[in-house]
Design a protein around this ligand. Structure first.
Ligand SMILES: [Zn+2]
Ligand SMILES: [Zn+2]
Length: 140
C-alpha cells in the first residue's frame, strides 16, 4: 500500500490524477481554511509525485504564502492541497478511485475544530502551532 501509485478523479471525471501514497493512515484537518474549502474537515492522505492528466481543467488556488489548493473547474471537487515548494501534498481519500478507506489516526488543527462534531476512536491530536512547528522541523 505505502509507495503504491494510485489513481483518482473528480466528480465529473474531467480531472484525473495519479499519486504515490506515502502513508497507510489518514489525517483529518479541522482548520478553518480546509472546512471553508471543502464544506467540512478534510480527510486525506499524504502523497508524492502527484500528476494530473494533461489538459485537466484545474483550478489552482493559492490559499496562503506557502500552499495551494487544487480543484476541478467544471465540478468543483477539491482534489489536493500542496506546498508550493513541493515538500508536501495531501489528497482527500474520497477522490481516489475507488475511494481509499484508511484508518484515521491523526487530527490536526484540533484547536480550530468546532465543538459540534467529533470523530470516534483514539487519534493523535495536534494544534495548529504544533503542526507548524513539525513542518518547520521537516524543512530544516
Ligand atoms: Zn470535475
Ligand atoms: Zn486544514
Amino acid at each position: 500500500m505505502i509507495g503504491e501509485r494510485l489513481s483518482g478523479r473528480c466528480l465529473c471525471g474531467e480531472c484525473r490524477f495519479e499519486a504515490r501514497v506515502l502513508k497507510s493512515h489518514a489525517d483529518a484537518c479541522h482548520c478553518g481554511m480546509c472546512r471553508r474549502w471543502g464544506g467540512g474537515p478534510s480527510l486525506g492522505v499524504e502523497v508524492a509525485d502527484l500528476e494530473f492528466d494533461p489538459g485537466a481543467p484545474l483550478l489552482i488556488y493559492r490559499s496562503s504564502e506557502w500552499a495551494e489548493r487544487i480543484s476541478c473547474v467544471r465540478c468543483g471537487s477539491g482534489l489536493a492541497f500542496r506546498m508550493i515548494d513541493g515538500s508536501f501534498a495531501n489528497v482527500p481519500l474520497a477522490v481516489f478511485d475507488p475511494p481509499l478507506d484508511l484508518p484515521l489516526t491523526v487530527e490536526i488543527f484540533i484547536d480550530e475544530k468546532p465543538s459540534g462534531y467529533a470523530f470516534a476512536g483514539s487519534t493523535q491530536k495536534m494544534t495548529g502551532a504544533e503542526v507548524m512547528a513539525a513542518f518547520a522541523g521537516r524543512e530544516a
